[in-house]
Design a protein around this ligand. Structure first.
Ligand SMILES: [Zn+2]
Length: 51
């Protein structure tokens, strides 16, 4: 069963092996559904961090 990861930008669940990334932010790895979500996160990671 593929491992699911959460896209912090759009909230989508994606298969880890199909996801873009990961991007390391403050020691945590983040995965994305698309390059555009990845770029948004890289631009302003704090905006998408868990509150
Ligand atoms: Zn996304």
């Amino acid at each position: 069963m593929p491992e699911k990861v959460n896209d912090p930008v759009c909230g989508m669940q994606i298969d880890k092996e199909k996801a873009k990334g990961p991007v390391d932010h403050m020691g945590k790895l983040f995965y994305f559904c698309s390059e555009s979500c990845q770029r948004k996160f890289e631009k302003e990671p704090m905006k998408y961090m868990e509150k």
